[in-house]
Design a protein around this ligand. Sequence first.
Ligand code: URA
Length: 230
Amino acid sequence: MARPTPPPPDGPRRPPAPVPSRPTLPALREAAAACRACDLFLRGTQTVFGEGEAPEAERRASVVLVGEQPGDQEDRQGRPFVGPAGRLLDKALVEAGIDRRQAYVTNVVKHFKWEPRGKRRIHQKPNEREIAACRPWLDAELAVLRPRVIVCLGATAAQALLGRGFRVTKQRGQLVPSPLAPFVTATVHPSSILRAPDDESRHAEYARFVDDLRRVAAVIAAEPAPAPAP
Ligand code: URA
C-alpha cells in the first residue's frame, strides 16, 4: 500500500455539501461523490453513499439503518456495511426477520476517517464538524426515503439523530418520538459486538442486538396496508 499522508487536522474552509435541489437517490449519490464539505475526502478513497431498495412511488421506505461512517472495506468497495460489521448486521437482520432488501443502509459520515498504524488504516471517530458537514446528505436521503422506521446503530448515529444527550446504553430499543420518521430507535453498533472481550459476552450482546431488531421487525410488520387505488 502507498505510504499514507494524513491531511492536517484543520484544513481550509470547505464549500457546503452540493445537495441537488430536486433530490433523487441516484442524483444524491452522484453529487455526493464530489463532496468536499470537510477534509475527509482527502483521506477516504471515495464517498460511500447509502444503499438499498428505493420505495415504490407513494410509499415510504420500510427501514433506514444509520451507522457512523464507512470502515476500511466499505471505503475500498464504495458500499456501506460490507465489512465484518456489515456481515454481522446481515446475519442479525435475517434472525430478526428483516429482509436486507427492505432496508436502506447508510452512515452519518460518508467518508472513512482513519489514521495509519503500520500498514493498517485504523478507524477514527468523526468530529462534530465532520458530522455537521455531512449531515445534509443524510437529511436528503431521509427526505427522499420517508422511512417508517429509522434505526441508529451506535452512539454517533443516535446522538446525531436523537440529540447529544441520548445514551444508547440506557435508551437502546426505545421508540423515540422524532420529526424524522414515525418510529426512531437506537441500538448498539455491530462493531461493538465484534469487539466484545470474550465469546460469552459477544453471544449475549449479539442476542440483545437481535432482540432490538426484532422490535423493529414488529413495527415494520404492523405497517398499514397501502390505500387501494381509486
Ligand atoms: N461501520 C459503519 O458505521 N458503517 C459502515 O458502513 C461500516 C462499518
